[in-house]
Ligand binder design. Structure first.
Ligand SMILES: Nc1ncnc2c1ncn2[C@@H]1O[C@H](COP(=O)(O)OP(=O)(O)OP(=O)(O)O)[C@@H](O)[C@H]1O
Ligand SMILES: [Mg+2]
Length: 315
């Protein structure tokens, strides 16, 4: 059984250091080698895709191998750009006496908790909408855990909130146009901005909640905390109809590890592997051994990918 790369959009999540970036990069590399057009979106500044693919990446979309392009997204930079975008949008719309106050509010918003995630989410949505026609697969190396889960649910919350805003705005306009414009509709730039945003979230929501379009893979190690984290992520995502149906269990001690030390570690690991089997019996499980080296080049990635895309999973 191969890891199912049916969906055009794939999110790879998991606890810190378990192997998310390696999994995302090797799946992307394998799919591209198999003839698909693939976009890998990395949100991890530490994960040096440039080194792996032997080129410099910088900002924007960059082709790093045949049929494989990469975008590196930096959350702090996105927050800056996001706030600037909102400021620019508003500056033409509010009275000049208010611009300074609006800017002050926006600068405060930038440092508030969750601002980077919100900006990141906005960017993810834009990437999906702008790039989906160009690629067979867009693979995101980012975990929809914690804050991000709430943000992924935002399209739902946002819908209700924006409906209210749009309705109020529409009513105000009707009143004004009756009063000022002989009943002719008047142009309202704020209404347009709200409407565009609403449409964007609406389209993203349809894609993210559609199982045929979006898949979620979680990576974990056979250890206590990653198992707990995975359980939590599944419990958080399922209520929003986002199903994690595939798990990659990475860094499993290899058969050939011998000696008293490894014997003991393997005993402990065995218990965790059993727990994984029990707790995630309804998921597709793929196992990747701990290698003697880091996956720091294309060769490493393709060695890693062997365990996901061609060899059957150990059950
Ligand atoms: N099966 C493996 N065997 C040996 N090394 C591995 C294996 N999987 C990943 N690594 C190495 O472990 C390190 C962490 O992996 P990776 O960067 O993919 O994790 P991550 O989950 O993306 O981490 P972060 O949460 O920091 O983004 C890397 O140096 C990677 O090369
Ligand atoms: Mg990473």
């Amino acid at each position: 059984m191969d890891l199912d790369l049916q969906q055009p959009i794939l999110f790879v999540g998991g606890k810190g250091g378990v192997g998310k970036s390696t999994t995302a990069a090797s799946l992307a590399f394998a799919a591209a080698s198999g003839g698909k057009q693939v976009l890998l979106v990395s949100t991890d500044p530490a994960h040096n895709l440039g080194d792996i693919f032997n080129c410099s990446i910088g900002t924007g979309r960059k082709q790093v191998a045949d049929r494989l392009s990469v975008i590196e997204v930096d959350a702090a930079h996105e927050a800056d750009a996001y706030i600037k975008g909102v400021k620019d949008n508003l500056s033409g719309l509010v009275k000049s006496s208010l611009v300074e106050e609006v800017n002050r509010q926006m600068d405060m918003a930038k440092t508030s908790p969750g601002a980077e995630e919100a900006a990141l989410f906005d960017r993810i949505v834009s990437i999906i909408l702008e790039e989906q026609d160009r690629f067979d697969h867009i693979i995101f190396d980012t975990a929809p855990t914690g804050h991000t889960v709430r943000l992924l649910s935002l399209p739902e919350l946002m819908g209700v909130w924006m409906d209210g805003m749009l309705e109020r705005r529409r009513k105000t306009n009707q009143n004004y146009s009756q009063l000022l414009n002989d009943g002719e509709p008047i142009e309202d730039p704020i209404f347009d901005v709200l409407m565009k945003r609403r449409e964007k979230f609406e389209r993203a929501r349809e894609i993210l909640l559609d199982h045929a379009k979006t898949g979620f893979i979680f990576v974990l190690n056979p250890e206590k905390l990653p198992i707990e984290e995975t359980k939590k992520a599944i419990a958080q995502l399922e209520p929003f109809h986002m199903h994690i149906d595939t798990l990659v269990i990475n860094k499993v001690l290899p058969q050939q590890a011998e000696g008293e030390f490894f014997h003991k570690r393997k005993q402990i690991e065995k218990r965790y592997l059993e727990e994984i089997d029990r707790a995630f019996s309804d998921k597709k499980l793929f196992y990747v051994p701990l290698f003697s080296e880091d996956m720091s080049d294309v060769e490493g990635l393709s060695r890693y990918a062997q365990f996901l895309t061609s060899l059957p999973p150990v059950k």
